[in-house]
Design a protein around this ligand. Structure first.
Ligand code: ZN
Length: 82
Protein backbone atom coordinates (compact mmCIF):
# COMPACT_ATOMS: atom_id res chain seq x y z
CA UNK A 1 0.00 0.00 0.00
CA UNK A 2 1.25 3.46 -0.88
CA UNK A 3 1.41 5.90 1.98
CA UNK A 4 1.06 9.38 0.49
CA UNK A 5 2.61 10.95 3.60
CA UNK A 6 5.97 9.32 2.86
CA UNK A 7 5.72 9.16 -0.93
CA UNK A 8 8.44 11.22 -2.58
CA UNK A 9 9.45 12.05 -6.15
CA UNK A 10 12.64 13.41 -7.65
CA UNK A 11 12.23 16.75 -9.41
CA UNK A 12 13.57 16.38 -12.94
CA UNK A 13 14.67 20.04 -12.99
CA UNK A 14 16.59 20.60 -9.74
CA UNK A 15 17.07 16.91 -8.82
CA UNK A 16 15.78 17.29 -5.27
CA UNK A 17 13.63 14.58 -3.72
CA UNK A 18 10.31 16.17 -2.70
CA UNK A 19 7.10 15.02 -0.98
CA UNK A 20 4.23 14.07 -3.30
CA UNK A 21 2.18 17.29 -2.82
CA UNK A 22 5.14 19.46 -3.91
CA UNK A 23 5.56 17.65 -7.24
CA UNK A 24 3.50 18.28 -10.38
CA UNK A 25 3.90 16.90 -13.91
CA UNK A 26 4.35 18.76 -17.19
CA UNK A 27 3.88 16.98 -20.52
CA UNK A 28 6.58 17.73 -23.09
CA UNK A 29 7.37 16.32 -26.52
CA UNK A 30 10.30 13.95 -26.84
CA UNK A 31 13.43 14.94 -28.77
CA UNK A 32 15.22 13.49 -31.79
CA UNK A 33 14.90 9.77 -32.60
CA UNK A 34 12.53 9.15 -29.71
CA UNK A 35 10.12 11.74 -31.07
CA UNK A 36 10.26 10.18 -34.55
CA UNK A 37 9.65 6.70 -33.13
CA UNK A 38 6.87 7.81 -30.79
CA UNK A 39 5.36 11.01 -32.23
CA UNK A 40 2.37 10.88 -29.89
CA UNK A 41 4.43 10.14 -26.79
CA UNK A 42 5.20 12.75 -24.16
CA UNK A 43 7.76 12.99 -21.41
CA UNK A 44 6.18 13.24 -17.98
CA UNK A 45 8.40 15.93 -16.52
CA UNK A 46 8.11 16.01 -12.73
CA UNK A 47 8.86 19.38 -11.16
CA UNK A 48 8.52 21.27 -7.86
CA UNK A 49 5.20 23.13 -8.07
CA UNK A 50 6.34 25.45 -5.24
CA UNK A 51 9.56 26.54 -6.99
CA UNK A 52 8.96 29.04 -9.83
CA UNK A 53 12.27 28.19 -11.50
CA UNK A 54 11.46 24.48 -11.64
CA UNK A 55 7.96 25.15 -12.96
CA UNK A 56 9.23 27.56 -15.62
CA UNK A 57 11.93 25.15 -16.80
CA UNK A 58 9.48 22.23 -16.89
CA UNK A 59 7.10 24.26 -19.07
CA UNK A 60 9.64 25.64 -21.56
CA UNK A 61 8.62 25.34 -25.20
CA UNK A 62 9.98 22.50 -27.32
CA UNK A 63 11.10 18.99 -26.47
CA UNK A 64 12.39 18.00 -23.05
CA UNK A 65 16.16 17.54 -23.28
CA UNK A 66 16.95 16.73 -19.68
CA UNK A 67 17.98 18.63 -16.61
CA UNK A 68 19.53 22.06 -17.23
CA UNK A 69 22.71 21.21 -15.29
CA UNK A 70 23.25 18.12 -17.40
CA UNK A 71 22.76 20.09 -20.61
CA UNK A 72 25.29 22.65 -19.37
CA UNK A 73 27.80 19.92 -18.48
CA UNK A 74 27.49 18.42 -21.95
CA UNK A 75 28.05 21.79 -23.60
CA UNK A 76 31.14 22.35 -21.46
CA UNK A 77 32.61 18.92 -22.19
CA UNK A 78 32.08 19.50 -25.92
CA UNK A 79 34.03 22.75 -25.68
CA UNK A 80 36.84 20.99 -23.85
CA UNK A 81 37.24 18.50 -26.68
CA UNK A 82 38.17 21.32 -29.09
ZN1 ZN B 1 12.69 21.21 -8.48
Amino acid sequence: MIDSATLTWTCMVCGDERPDPAISVAYRPMAGPLEQAFPQAKWNVRYCNDRPNCAATAHEEGPWLGRPERRKAEETSNEDKD
